[in-house]
Design a protein around this ligand. Sequence first.
Ligand code: SAH
Length: 500
Amino acid sequence: MDQRGRTGKVWLVGAGPGDAGLLTLRGREVLERAEVVVFDRLVGSGLFSLFPERAERVDVGKRGGCHPVPQEEIEAILVDRALAGRRVVRLKGGDSFLFGRGGEEIEALLEHDIPFEVVPGVTSALAVPACAGIPVTHRGLSSSVHVITAHTRAGELPPLDFEAMARLKGTLVFLMGVGAAGEICSRLVKAGMPGATPAAAVERGTTARQRLLAGTLESLPERIRASGIRPPAVLVVGETVTLADRLGWRDRLPLSGVRVLVTRPRERSGRLARMLRDAGAEVLEFPCICTETLPGPLPRIGGAGWIVFTSAAGVESFFALLAEEGRDVREIGDARVAAVGPATRDALRARGLRVDYVPEVCDGAHLADGLADRARGGDVLLLRAETGAPGLSEGLKARGVPFREHSVYRTRCAAAGLPSLDFDAAVFTSASTVRGLADCLPDGWDRGGFRAVCIGEMTARAAAEAGFSNVTTAAAATLEALIEATIRTTVKTRNEGEDL
Ligand code: SAH
């Protein structure tokens, strides 16, 4: 109980096997309200963006860089935080009760009368084979599935009844078994299974780094050695392994095997992230900037010839300020409305304002030219970001168009750290997101080691200035064009890699 008499609670949440999309809805709901998140090594880094910004993060997967925190210490952390009255989410890879020591943690909570809830997770034992195209049961091939731990203590397999397993005729899934694959396969053969029984290893399943190695009980161990497959990986033994050739689905998607960092502010990343995932990418959301509405008051609006919006965030802040000040959108009167691009136009339309002008090329200079050509009575009112690109105002000045500027929002660097440095591409929708990411990268890190996919020239210039040497600019300033550019350039990179 804390000083206010509040009792804490612990939610044991299964995080799923790695892909952030495989967290359950209930898991997400409790995670988003957590005050403390205690997480494991196997929790996908794609989930980090769901941790509340202010939550305490306790990484028990590694300490001093490599060794995990001992179990008793994890339990002590849970008890300590819950007794302090906090909402604690204990996030574990897969499901907490499948080789996840969830029961032990609950025993520790019970000893202190701490309330708890268990949110089941999608286990790697089923989901990893599924993402590799291996159904764990299949009519006519296998009518049972058995999940076995091959966790070795001091290099020894636990006592396992291989004769019983050989008799089962079902699919066998071994967790924690890559290191012992040789011994597992040979003991299954010794116990009576044919050496030609199909067997596979799937490494880092459900993520962009997923690798499938298929063979037989006889051939698999050597293949594992040769390919250097490392944990986490599952071993699957049984006839259904042969279905992977036909049922494997991930490789058919254009961005399969590609990890993409999405840098937009949280409230705007949704559609882009979904489109990337639809194309097969693993998405890491890293909102490296966030937008804040600046304090009002808004300037006088009536009498302006044009009202110009330079981003969807500006539209939102404008309407937030109008409402806050008790004002009304009818003040716009007969002013015309201009938007820098389609996303801004759509944000205005959604608020019931029809847009009179969007330049063909979505940047400040073209917008300024278009406004000069369409000058009417009254000045131009620019509603913009505090430190926006100067192209628009410079263009208007050069063309002698009278204008007023008013900043309605600012962008600032988000507090959370980068979830992972392992990504193939980063997608940028503004120069400020480029700078936001650049500020978070460690010194000396290879800034050419990933593809920087930029929505337009301004953004690409900022990327070059940030030292990103592998820059691509989308053919148009739309999310569709960004996805297309990501596919085009990362697929090329992969093919080049294969030629080497
Ligand atoms: N509770 C977890 C399992 C923990 S034991 C669950 O339900 O999934 C850890 C083992 O899970 C690893 O050694 C590996 O065998 C398996 N594993 C977890 N995530 C995996 C992944 N993404 N790909 C392959 N194997 C995985």
